[in-house]
Design a protein. Structure first.
Length: 125
């Protein structure tokens, strides 16, 4: 992994009432969150500066708020396949294979770690 990159590259917080959650986060952090809807999923983005880690609140199928925690996207640069291979070899399970988000965003994958946690991985290539 490139040492100049953060281990966390993106996070998502599941919400059940998008407008209420957006207002809550905008209010407590005194920010404005840009919103979008992609394939029946609503997202509102936390602002980011200078390429720092950020994330979004997310509403849609599969986003279930719980005390189990938020979904973190772990940095798998330089190539997601390297991390996926090591995860599978060390007791993890790949549940979504390497998938292109877009050419300018990169790739993602979901794994289940040895403890049963669902984690997403991200890489530029």
């Amino acid at each position: 992994m490139a040492t100049e990159k953060n281990i966390i590259s993106w996070f998502e917080i599941p919400v059940s009432d998008f407008d209420r959650a957006k207002k809550f986060y905008e209010t407590i952090f005194d920010i404005e969150m840009d919103s979008t809807e992609i394939q029946n999923y609503k997202m509102a983005y936390f602002p980011t500066h200078d390429g720092k880690v950020s994330g979004a609140i997310c509403f849609g199928e599969g986003y279930i708020p719980s005390g189990a925690g938020s979904l973190l996207y772990m940095n798998a640069n330089p190539d997601l396949n390297l991390v996926l291979d090591r995860a599978a070899q060390n007791g993890g399970r790949v549940i979504v294979p390497k998938t292109l988000i877009s050419s300018d965003v990169g790739y993602y994958s979901f794994i289940v770690d040895t403890e049963g946690n669902r984690i997403s991985l991200h890489s530029d290539r």
